[in-house]
Each structure stands twice: as C-alpha cells, then as structure tokens.
Write a protein that binds this ligand. Structure first.
Ligand SMILES: C[S@@+](CC[C@H](N)C(=O)[O-])C[C@H]1O[C@@H](n2cnc3c(N)ncnc32)[C@H](O)[C@@H]1O
Length: 353
C-alpha cells in the first residue's frame, strides 16, 4: 500500500493535512505529521488510491503543499557505508525508467543538517541508476524518482509525475538573488510568477506595454518586478518608494488609500500586498473583477494564527462567488510560497478576456 508525502512550510502541517483530506477529491484516509516537521504523510484507506490521487488531482490545486510524491517504500537502517545499494534495489522494484532523481529532506530545522548528505548522494545514485538503465530520456509521461531522508539512515522512496508536481526539489525554486530590488518582497512576486503561471502563461500575460496597479506598493519590490518586464505600474501607497523603483521609469507613485483607489481604465494586472484582514482583501479583489477593473490579479492573504485553513476557504468562497457574477471564466491558483511566511499568495487569471 502506498502513501503520499506532502512537503509544506514547517508549522503549516495541519493546513496541508486538512487540504488533502477536504479538497477536492475527499479521499478517505489518515494523515500523519509531527509539529513543525515540514511534511505530511497521507495514507488513503484504500490500497492504490495514493497512486490514483497523484495522477488525477492537479498539483496546481494544492495551496499548502510545495511538493509531493507517491511513497512506495520506507527504507530503515540504511548502512552508513553504502546507502546507494538499498536505494537502487528499491528503485528497481518499481519496474520503470525515471527521467530524473530528486534527493530531498523536509524543510525543517531538524532536517536541514541532512542537506549535505542529500547533495553527496546525488551523483552516485544517478550513476547507479544509469548503469542499471533506470534513468533515461525525459518524456512527458516519465516519472521522477524521489528519495526523502528523514534521518541519516531512514528514507522514503517513491516517484512523482513531472507534469503534476513541482519542477524543483522540495518544491523550492532556485531563484537568482535580485540585488537591486527595492525590497525582499520582490523575490516573493518573482516566485509567484514562476510557481503560479507556466511558461506559456508568463509569455501571454506579462507583455511590455501592459498596465498594472500595485496596492500597498511601498517600497516598490512588486512594482519593480513588473517594471522590469516593461509593464507600466501605478504604485499606490502613502509610504515612500525606493529610488531604484522610481529609476525604472515605468512606475508612477500614487499616494492614496488602496481600498479606495480605482483606475480610470481596465488594467491588465492588479497586485495587492497590503497587510490587512484576508476577508477584506478577498472582498476588494472580488470588487475589481466584478467592476471589470482588471484582467488578472496576484495578491497576498495574511492568514491569522488561528483557523488559518478556515479563513483561506472563506476567502476562496467569497472570491468564487464574486467572480461568478462576472459571467467570465477564471483560473484561481494559490500557493504558500517559499518566500511566504504566515500567508499565501493567490493568482487569478481571466480565461476568456
Ligand atoms: C508588505 S508592504 C508591501 C511591500 C511591497 N509589495 C514590496 O514589494 O515592496 C505593505 C504596504 O502596504 C501599505 N498599505 C497598508 N495599508 C494600505 C492602504 N490602505 N492603502 C495603501 N497602502 C497600504 C503599507 O504602507 C506598506 O507599504
């Protein structure tokens, strides 16, 4: 019987577990996790359901899961001198060829010391897999081998479909450091654009000459990311914008209340990073779509300490209800990004502009 291993931000295991149990497939099963361990194990009641769930539930629908894979075997007492042989034997039992291999560990304080071991094992495991003809060419349907170390001698081994999982180990994107950015938040929007849009969508939705409004823009990190794409931004905030944001020449600073500001014409993008109650933000974003003020939006919901999952569901319900009033079709995606703390980032794109 297989299970699913879901990586999440440490401290958000309960939300990650609630999501897999409640949304949207409602597969009966049991979740296991320790506080702040950075992952959840989901064990469906019926054998083989984990395999089906991984194949059928779109990874993009999961908000609190950064990465996932089907666990086929737990390997205990891995010998210090040769961990590769048992890993290869276990991979061999799966009877398939893999396009890649990720050696991972949860993103928790307890597991971080295992990262050098993960790095050290990558080349020998790759070589062993190649010699055994278990690592081959990538096709759209080839699975990726995953090994997750919980301790130096205890690991889970399994696979994920590349088309239905994160392309990065542990679901953490490797992004270039943005040295000139006005704020660290810039990295968050950069990650959101990589995680919540695919390549084709980025090309279609982020074009030079487009217009954006950034609510709660100061000091200007999000505006700066859009400006780098040649997108004109009205940056709404009573606070100061950094000189590097102004210097782009694409950003106009508007000192106004983000809850009151409305553009004269429909803009391509609404961005919102105001620190406010999530329900108020969801309502505001919904209003912009209902009034046809924007085509797409990326925004942050700062989740309260208690009832975080319930709050997220309430916001989603509000947004879906308001978007339904427009008669248009939308794609809503969300993720607790690596750069998100007690918050999540949502992206709404108009499918039929
Ligand atoms: C987290 S910071 C935004 C950081 C920004 N996204 C960046 O990349 O640099 C939140 C900002 O929201 C602004 N803010 C909060 N409430 C606001 C409101 N009602 N109207 C306009 N700005 C607001 C604050 O002044 C603050 O600058």
């Amino acid at each position: 019987m297989s299970s699913l291993l879901l990586y999440c931000r440490p401290g958000f295991e309960a939300e990650c577990a609630s999501e897999i149990l409640e949304l949207p497939a409602r597969v009966p099963g049991e979740t296991r996790y320790d506080p702040r361990c950075g992952y959840v194990l989901f064990m469906p009641t019926d054998a083989d359901t984990a395999v089906q769930l991984h194949a059928q539930l779109a990874f993009t629908q999961l908000v609190f899961t950064r990465q996932w894979f089907v666990v086929c075997e737990f390997l205990k007492d891995l010998p210090r001198g040769d961990r590769i042989a048992p890993l290869l034997a276990s991979a061999h039992k799966l009877g398939r060829q893999f396009c890649d291999v990720f050696i991972e560990t949860p993103d928790s304080d307890a597991s971080k010391p295992l990262l050098p071991l993960c790095r050290a094992l990558r080349t020998p495991l790759e070589q062993g897999l190649k010699q055994a003809k278990l690592l081959g060419k990538t096709t759209a349907s080839s699975p990726r081998l995953h090994v997750c170390f919980f301790t130096t001698d205890y690991a889970a081994l399994g696979y994920a479909h590349t088309s239905n999982s994160s392309p990065w180990p542990m679901g953490i994107p490797r992004l270039r450091r943005l040295h000139d950015a006005p704020s660290r938040s810039a990295q968050k929007l950069e990650e959101a654009l990589r995680v919540l849009l695919n390549e084709e969508e980025r090309q279609r939705y982020l074009q030079a000459g487009m217009q954006a409004v950034d609510l709660g823009a100061a000091p200007g990190g999000w505006s700066w990311i859009m400006a780098r794409q040649g997108i004109h931004v009205d940056a709404v905030d009573n606070g100061q914008l950094a000189a590097s944001a102004i210097a782009t020449g694409f950003i106009e600073h508007i000192r106004a209340d983000g809850f009151r500001y409305r553009p004269v014409k429909t803009v391509d993008w609404l961005l919102c990073d105001m620190v406010e109650q999530p329900s108020r933000i969801a309502e505001l974003i919904g209003q912009w779509f209902v009034r046809g003020l924007c085509r797409h939006a990326i925004f942050n919901l700062k989740l309260p300490m208690k009832k975080r999952f319930q709050e997220y569901k309430l916001c989603l319900k509000t947004l879906r209800g308001m978007l339904a009033q427009t008669g248009r079709e939308y794609e809503i995606r969300g993720r607790q990004l690596y750069h998100d703390r007690d918050e999540i980032t949502l992206c709404i794109t108009t499918r039929s502009p």
